[in-house]
Design a protein around this ligand. Structure first.
Ligand SMILES: Cc1cc2nc3c(=O)[nH]c(=O)nc-3n(C[C@H](O)[C@H](O)[C@H](O)COP(=O)(O)O)c2cc1C
Length: 196
């Protein structure tokens, strides 16, 4: 049995995708993977909207940010939405719905990787119009869009920077900066300010 680390390593937020349709049977498998994610008190706070038909798909694509031009060719986009009262809200300030959606999304993306698909989550989109197009109620947050696609045969449709990103090695902070043994290491963790 393949080690899960192989799939985790293989998954990359790649952008060179094709317009080849993704079958509903494949999409159902991805949704099953997401559906099996753990959640606080088994609340399952995620709501997924699979968008694979025009005009809805084309309408959603109109509201992607400019830098996400590469996603316009995608045959399927999955919207992930939630709200705090769908999940545990601990009085000391811990709200778990975003965490649950992250777990479910990662399950889906790893299953997509296993099936040879690219799955790329994005935050670069206009939330309000897409919520309206997809009929997502106003009190929900549209957390991410997961862009799905088969890998393209070449990178020609991408900007020069994105072509370089496709083949660049993965970048991560040193493990010693973000993971600790026994005690949080404030000095090692560096600047606690917002990410650049
Ligand atoms: C919440 C979230 C939002 C993201 N938004 C975008 C985006 O709008 N456009 C984009 O090209 N990539 C986006 N990404 C992809 C990240 O840039 C990518 O995951 C990161 O650089 C690490 O690369 P890797 O996934 O290949 O390991 C996003 C990823 C996450 C998890």
């Amino acid at each position: 049995m393949a080690q899960i680390l192989e799939s985790i390593t293989t998954r990359r937020a790649r952008r060179a995708i094709s317009d080849q349709p993704i079958g509903r049977d494949v999409l159902a498998t991805l949704l099953t993977a997401a559906h099996l994610a753990p959640s606080c008190a088994n609340n399952q706070p995620w709501r997924f909207v699979v968008v694979d038909e025009d005009p809805t798909l084309a309408q959603v694509k109109e509201h992607l940010s400019g830098g996400n031009y590469w996603a316009k060719i995608s045959p399927t986009i999955i919207a992930v939405a939630s709200k705090a009262d769908l999940d545990c809200q601990i009085p000391d300030g811990r709200n778990y719905h975003l965490f649950g959606c992250g777990l479910a999304s990662m399950n889906l993306m790893l299953q997509a990787t296993e099936m040879g698909l690219i799955s790329h989550p994005i935050a670069g989109f206009k939330q309000s119009p897409i919520k309206e197009i997809l009929n997502i109620p106003g009190d929900y947050m549209l957390i991410t869009l997961i862009i799905l696609g088969h890998p393209a045969s070449d990178h020609a449709s991408l900007s020069e920077k994105h072509q370089a990103d496709e083949v660049a090695s993965r970048e991560r902070k040193p493990i010693s900066e973000v993971m600790f043994w026994n005690h949080f290491d404030v000095a090692a963790s560096g600047n606690d300010g917002p990410p650049t």
